[in-house]
Design a protein around this ligand. Structure first.
Ligand code: SF4
Length: 562
């Protein structure tokens, strides 16, 4: 396509991604700017900032449509952001009233006599992240921030090593990348500071980290894939406020994984299963593990008489403190999971995401008042983080997830030692490798098989396509495929022979299919319109030849209540 003229939008601060980190950051910044100008007016000292252009862009069709989490919210950051959040209409599904942790065997279960302290949730709230981000967006807009949904950040704009903004994705390209009659080029949003809050494995963050060597001193990030359904139960079935976590079956003992079930308002129950991606067997299927888990009598009983009404999947950045990149550079800050902020021991990240957005906002105020967005000034964000409770919380669990690299039992033992040693454990800063490097070829596995799949009955257990339908996922079909495969020959020949095409298994949305296009020859077909944007393929492809890029704005899942 020939070069096109693009509209340029000037902003002071651009937040990329409409999740809790960006929204908390944008709201806090708008409040701080207002307070600063009021102080200047009252005291006559300093320089008023006047109208500061704060912009949030989000790739989903609306704020909240790509927001998915368990979730039980620790309200610490929210309370700091909005002390009266409860009277400001904070949408929650109930305060947590009862916690329990269960170890599952194939047919039985054992309830832990006491809930381990990191999983105690009294004082926390069960939430739908979809509802919370939508509510926060109303506050953000009321504070004067421009929120643009349906605008994916496709490319970072640089001036040398300095980030100067983001180019949003083009609309109206056909399958071959040619302009259709409705073609609209993406716009260049040029900002004094760009804040990346893209969630796990963001496409812009993935470009930025190696280019500016921000992760040079970090361990590689590692992930899990979480697969979730929402069920509607008979009226009055739920007591409310109950939080259940499980370990054990059906995750094999040499893997990391577990399940959760949370009561929600309106006779809904939110349940899901998390599978660590540092697994060996290429046939491991996070969606199938979730379906199996639901057949356990303890879980199936919770769902009796209910109906599945929604589905979603996403990856979770679990590596923790030592996998965090440097959080700043000239013209750019990283917040939330873009900076690796998640406490895998507590299974929580939303409170850390919000806190990071707020700490970023405090540094952004410095940058605006000084008229200087260099790394020298933006370093203040990293320093604020290091003095904050968010740092202390993550530092205490800095070796948690690495301890499970060899399976559940060594992991539990190492967790115990860490709790006695303030997080140090037996080996501080234990080495970890990127998830895909753990996958073994069929030859290396010597014919060992993973636990077999189960037959899916479409009542309790569902095929991926049934689930995808209930994720509300939709993409324009005549557009370039947003799963870029660098070399189909590797997929159709080498990967088939060596790994048996694991993309068919790890993708929770049946995007990848080996189909017999010509008699006797199976080839990879990419059904990109099913994609729920979880990023598992970008992380787990053993040859690292799948690149997830942004599809046309507004495409993807339409999560409601998730
Ligand atoms: Fe997730 Fe990739 Fe499948 Fe999309 S194609 S749902 S990003 S694994």
């Amino acid at each position: 396509m020939p070069p096109v003229e693009r509209e340029v939008l000037e902003a002071d601060v651009l937040f990329v991604g409409g999740g809790p980190a960006s929204l908390a950051g944008a709201l806090h910044l708008a409040n701080l700017v207002r307070q600063h100008d009021e102080n200047v007016a009252a005291t006559g000292s300093g320089r008023a900032l006047g109208e500061v252009q704060i912009v949030v862009i989000e790739k989903g069709s609306e704020i909240g449509m790509h927001s998915l989490s368990g979730a039980v919210l620790d309200p610490r950051a929210l309370r700091e952001l909005m002390p009266d959040f409860e009277t400001q209409g904070f949408p929650h599904e109930g305060a947590v009233r009862a916690d329990s942790v269960h170890f599952l065997t194939e047919r039985g279960q054992f309830k832990f006599p006491i809930t381990p302290p990191p999983l105690r949730n009294h004082g926390n709230y069960i939430i739908s992240l979809h509802k919370v981000t939508r509510w926060l967006a109303t506050k953000v807009e009321a504070a004067g921030v421009n929120v643009f949904a349906g605008f994916p950040g496709a490319e970072i704009l640089y001036d040398g090593a300095r980030v100067v903004g983001v180019r949003t994705g083009d609309r109206g390209l056909d399958k071959r990348g040619e302009a259709k009659s409705n073609f609209e080029p993406g716009i260049d949003i040029r900002a004094r500071v760009t804040v990346l809050g893209e969630g796990p494995r963001g496409n812009l963050t993935k470009q930025l980290l190696p280019r500016l060597e921000l992760d040079r001193d970090s361990l590689p990030q590692i992930y899990s894939t979480g697969v979730k359904e929402l069920w509607k139960l008979a009226p009055g079935s739920l007591a409310g406020g109950r939080v259940i976590h499980t370990l054990g079956w059906p995750t094999p003992n040499d893997m990391w994984g577990g399940g959760f079930a949370y009561d929600m308002a309106g006779d809904l129950i939110s349940l899901g299963y998390v599978t660590g991606l540092d697994y060996k067997h290429p046939e491991t299927d996070p969606h199938m593990l979730f379906q199996k888990w639901k057949t356990h009598p303890f879980i199936a009983r919770l769902l009796a008489g209910g109906e599945m009404i929604a589905y979603g999947a996403k990856t979770i950045s679990e590596g923790g403190y030592y996998t965090m990149p440097r959080m700043y550079a000239d013209g750019v800050l990283l917040v939330g999971e873009s900076a690796g902020l998640l406490n895998a021991m507590r299974l929580k990240g939303v409170h850390l995401a919000m806190k990071s957005g707020m700490l970023a906002a405090e540094t952004l105020l410095d940058a605006l008042t000084k008229g200087d967005a260099s790394a020298e000034v933006l370093r203040g964000y990293q320093e604020r983080f290091e003095r904050s409770w968010a740092h202390d919380e993550l530092y205490r669990v800095r070796n948690f997830r690495q301890g499970y690299a060899n399976g559940l039992v060594p992991g539990l033992m190492h967790t115990g030692v860490q709790m006695l040693t303030g997080g140090r454990g037996l080996f501080d800063r234990r080495r970890i490798d990127a998830d895909y490097t753990h996958m073994r070829t069929r030859a290396q596995l010597g014919g060992t098989q993973p636990p077999p799949p189960i037959a899916l009955d479409e009542k309790l257990t569902f095929k991926k396509l049934t689930d995808v339908y209930l994720s509300g996922t939709a993409h324009e079909e005549d557009q370039p495929c947003h799963l870029r495969i660098a070399d189909f020959d590797i997929c159709n020949n080498r990967c088939t022979a060596e790994y048996g095409n694991p993309c068919q298994h790890f993708c929770p949305a049946s995007v990848y299919e080996m189909a017999e296009k010509t008699p006797g020859r199976r080839e990879l077909v990419v059904n990109f319109t099913n994609c729920v944007h979880c990023k598992t393929c970008d992380i787990m492809d053993p040859y690292q030849i799948i690149q997830w890029v942004t599809p046309e704005g507004g495409g993807g899942p339409n999560y409601v209540n998730l």
